[in-house]
Design a protein. Structure first.
Length: 212
């Protein structure tokens, strides 16, 4: 298992572009402070857990201009990103109304998808569909797949039960980052699903109403 995790990590590392024009200029408790010189000569500073600076050019906001996607945390199955958007004269840090952007993908020319691999060969995950509002990235829908966790209160006694044989999947619609989220669909699977059709069902509900 450790060999598989190590191999996955190496594949992830080599898949990310490590660009010239970057150097370590300091340390923090969390990692290394990098200075990256972009193609326009602009110097961008960021903190990464890696000694190497993994940066790629990508049009993440779909405006026809290349932006910067900077990897800040690299794990065996997940990579966390920050974005810098090209505003016509320089790269500008992109704000976001979400805790993390993990293993990002671009979809349909308007959506940024974040999906973490939380274990069980990808069966456990947190996914978000995000859209841009100016230079702010906002989540509009989430899907969480996790082992069923039940909490029962009896007076001041809290009993929490984690069922490793039951998978709870919930899709929520977000109206704003701090308001209540509406549950669009949820389902419990027991035993844990192995049929690929199950994941197709999840994706169908995740994207329902967002795609023509």
């Amino acid at each position: 298992m450790k060999k598989i995790a190590a191999l996955a990590f190496m594949v992830l590392i080599f898949a990310l572009p490590c660009l010239a024009g970057a150097e370590i200029v300091g340390r923090t408790a969390d990692g290394y402070i990098h200075r990256f010189t972009a193609d326009n000569g602009q110097e961008i500073y960021f903190v990464s857990t890696s000694k190497e600076a993994f940066v790629q050019y990508d049009d993440v906001n779909f405006d026809g201009h290349q932006d910067l996607a900077v990897a800040t945390v690299l794990g065996a199955s997940n990579t966390w990103y920050e974005f810098y958007l090209w505003n016509g004269s320089e790269y500008e840090y992109a704000e976001r109304w979400t805790a993390d952007i993990v293993n990002y993908e671009l979809a349909d020319g308007k959506y940024v998808l974040s999906r973490s691999n939380d274990g069980s060969a990808g069966m456990l995950f947190h996914a978000q569909i995000c859209v841009w509002d100016g230079n702010v990235l906002k989540p509009i829908r989430t899907m969480v797949s996790e082992e069923e966790n039940t909490i029962v209160w009896e007076g001041r006694i809290k009993t929490e039960t984690l069922n490793l044989d039951r998978l709870q999947v919930t899709v929520r619609e977000l109206s704003d980052p701090v308001g209540a989220a509406e549950v669009l669909w949820e389902k419990t699977y027991e035993p844990l699903p192995e049929d690929p059709a199950v994941f197709e069902e999840m994706e169908r509900h995740f994207w329902e109403g967002l795609r023509d």
